[in-house]
Design a protein around this ligand. Structure first.
Ligand code: OAD
Length: 242
């Protein structure tokens, strides 16, 4: 039986590992982003308050890196192709702030940690797409306030987005798959337990066993561009030119 025949409601959690082969750095692997930057200096609200220029520049650089010729890879493309042909419920939750899932064609997608190419005004709360670098002097185009724009990114200590929708999907899925995440950051790292409690089959697809390895019923290890297309029966698709 294929995955599409066996399951009716699928939730997928993706992390930095799925974008690694597209050239986007992960956080905790050798050479990962947190090797060069202290979380408490660039990824908390307190850091933004004490040194906004440094924090904004960190995300300006990441936004530029995402734009620098980066393309969705075979794993992103396989998930979008599977969603396209699957007639059950399909929900993709990503911790990634890049736009590679949507560029590959994924539709039912929740960016729980925010999006690099969106900005939020702390004064009027407007969230809008922006490719511009932010500085502490940036002016909100909606309310004209100066110095109130921040990346639409969930920092440590802040509530992830779409938690109600995600909890609902987890409570009714019969297959939960975690792809390319180390299992260090909650609440995402706890999704496997919620899915298990509700009777779902649980699978980890990762380069190597994650911190949560023992919580999954099944683990398949290797590069995402190989194991994801194979798992979903979507072999023979290369990276997308989007
Ligand atoms: P991590 O950097 O913690 O973990 C990446 C995982 O991907 C590791 O388990 C690697 O083994 C795996 N990996 C690396 N290359 C891979 C490949 N080619 N194919 C498959 N797997 C591969 O990244 P996340 O778990 O996504 O949050 O990190 C979670 C959160 O921590 C991020 O969303 C971010 C970060 O701090 C915030 O900034 C709030």
């Amino acid at each position: 039986m294929t995955i599409a025949e066996k399951y009716r409601s699928i939730v997928i959690l993706s992390g930095a590992g799925i974008s690694a082969e597209s050239g986007i750095r992960t956080f905790r692997d050798t050479g990962g982003l947190w090797e060069d930057h202290a979380i408490e200096e660039v990824a908390t609200y307190e850091a933004y308050l004490s040194n906004p220029a440094k924090v904004l520049d960190f995300y300006n650089q990441r936004r530029r890196a995402m734009r620098a010729g980066v393309q969705p890879n075979a794993a992103h493309v396989a998930l979008a192709a599977f969603e396209d042909r699957f007639d059950g419920n399909f929900c993709l939750v990503t911790q990634n702030v890049d736009d590679l899932h949507e560029r590959a064609g994924s539709r039912h997608l929740f960016h729980m940690h925010g999006e690099l190419d969106k900005v939020r005004c702390q004064k009027c709360l407007e969230v809008f797409a922006s490719g511009e670098d932010l500085t502490p002097q940036s002016i909100c185009p909606w309310c004209m306030a100066q110095g109130q724009l921040r990346p639409h990114i969930v920092w440590f200590g802040e509530m992830p987005h779409f938690m109600d929708e995600i909890e609902q999907a987890l409570s009714s899925c019969d297959l939960f798959i975690s792809i390319g995440t180390s299992g260090n950051v909650y609440p995402a790292a706890g999704f496997v337990q919620t899915a298990r409690r509700n009777g779902a089959h649980t699978v980890e697809l990762n380069l190597e066993p994650s911190l949560n390895e023992t919580l999954f019923a099944e683990g398949i290890y290797g590069p995402a561009t190989e194991i994801v297309p194979r798992y979903f029966g979507i072999d023979g698709i290369g990276s997308a030119e989007c």
